[in-house]
Design a protein around this ligand. Structure first.
Ligand code: GLN
Length: 406
């Protein structure tokens, strides 16, 4: 005899983690699976579909051949720690101690999670700009933080200073910042960072800053790390990694730069979560971090051309586009399109119905806007496209999206 559904639900509720029940699987990763299932052009998950630089691949092959195949030191192989610290000092003029102020992790995803688990206590609040990269929601739940959301509003994704100030208080432990920003393409300006700095200092909170898109900038936009803002070095936890800068998202090599105070617990959390990131890939990363300036210029120029291309494609197809100043996503407004199936799927928001229609019927995968918001209704008229793709891929998307107009 099978238990009735309600009994099953009770059993599973008792047997499984209540924390894990509070969030869904990643919509971004799910959209990639749907793209594969429907043979759609994948403009959902942000990973390059073109080759990684030959030099970094050769360095990885060589590291394996030279038998760098056992555990690295848990907080990171010395050459990589040195290279990260050097590069950050060159770019931002702020020096970290490679022995006491850096932790290498399995991608910036683990870096973010380890940082949050290392500083959060029950009752702590974190301030999160919204729309936000979807991982930050589960990160908050798993670490036990209560998020306070502050809106970034289109078209320029600016925030209301009063609203931000009101989100800070005696329980605030940290603000999460992502600049250049996923999904909006916003690049925070010095004066915005200084405004946030004043709140962090006033309430004695951390700023956890995800800088994974630091080199993907347009129209002369400049990446300023919060760690380089006067008075913020000791309040800042910098998260970054190899993934986007060197087009190796599958390698899972990231890091956290932070003062010795938070670095100590971050290293412990990281050690017991994963022990360490892949040793030969850390070694290859240490070589890539010394690439000449021309590499980064070329990367930004390549993405600038792709940005122009996707903006043209999307505008022609009828989307309202919000032009990004950094990173490799375009948020769009879909108000101009009819709702594909509001009657059959009334529980879903329009962006979800529209994204399903796009992947199944048009053959292009995107990320529904609601997955970047706490309240799905806030993202109901948005979808996100990524453009870190080959010209062939963008051309295929162009052809398929042209059917949409008709
Ligand atoms: N950052 C990428 C995106 O937003 C994907 C990251 C991931 O799936 N781990 O699409």
């Amino acid at each position: 005899m099978t238990a009735p559904d309600s009994t099953m639900a009770q059993i599973s509720r008792r047997m499984l983690s209540a924390k894990a029940e509070q969030f869904t699987e990643s919509v971004i990763r799910e959209m990639t699976r749907l793209a594969m299932k429907h043979h759609a052009v994948n403009l959902s998950q942000g990973f390059p579909d073109f080759a990684a630089p030959e030099e970094i691949k050769e360095a990885a092959r060589q590291a394996i051949a030279e038998d760098i195949n056992q555990y690295a030191i848990t907080w990171g192989a010395k050459p990589l720690r040195d290279a990260v610290v050097e590069k950050f000092a060159r770019a931002q003029g702020v020096r970290y101690d490679p022995e006491r102020e850096i932790t290498v992790c399995c991608g910036s995803t683990e870096a973010m999670m380890s940082a949050m688990m290392a500083i959060i206590n029950p009752g702590d609040e974190i301030v999160v700009f919204e729309p936000f990269y979807e991982n930050y929601g589960p990160d908050a739940i798993l670490s036990g933080a209560s998020p306070r959301f502050v809106k970034l509003r289109p078209p320029d994704w600016s925030f209301d200073e009063k609203e931000l100030s009101a989100a800070f208080g005696p329980h605030t432990k940290a603000i999460i910042l992502n600049t250049p920003n996923n999904p909006t393409g916003k690049v925070f300006t010095r004066s915005e960072l200084e405004f946030i700095r004043d709140l962090c200092v006033r309430w004695n909170t951390y700023c956890i800053t995800d800088e994974i898109y630091e080199h993907i900038l347009y129209d002369g936009a400049q990446h300023i790390s919060m760690a380089a803002i006067d008075g913020m070095r000791d309040h800042t936890i910098v998260v970054n990694g190899l993934s986007k800068t060197y087009s190796v998202t599958g390698w899972r090599v990231g890091w956290v730069l932070a003062p010795p105070g938070p670095t100590q617990p971050i290293r412990k959390v990281h050690d017991f979560l994963t022990v360490g990131a892949a040793a030969p890939l850390q070694h290859a990363g240490s070589i890539a971090l010394y690439f000449p300036q021309s590499y980064y210029h070329k990367l930004a120029a390549t993405y600038a051309a792709k940005r122009e291309r996707i903006l043209k494609i999307l505008t022609a197809a009828g989307f309202t586009v919000f032009k990004p100043r950094g990173a490799y996503y375009v948020m769009t407004d879909i108000s101009g399109f009819a709702d594909p199936d509001p009657v059959q799927f009334p529980a879903e928001t329009k962006d979800v119905r529209f994204s399903k229609y796009l992947v199944e019927k048009v053959g292009v995968a995107v990320v529904p806007g609601s997955s970047f918001y706490n309240d799905p209704r806030d993202g109901a008229s948005q979808v996100r496209f990524t453009f870190c793709k080959k010209e062939e891929t963008l051309a295929a998307a162009e052809q398929r999206l042209s059917r949409l107009r008709a």
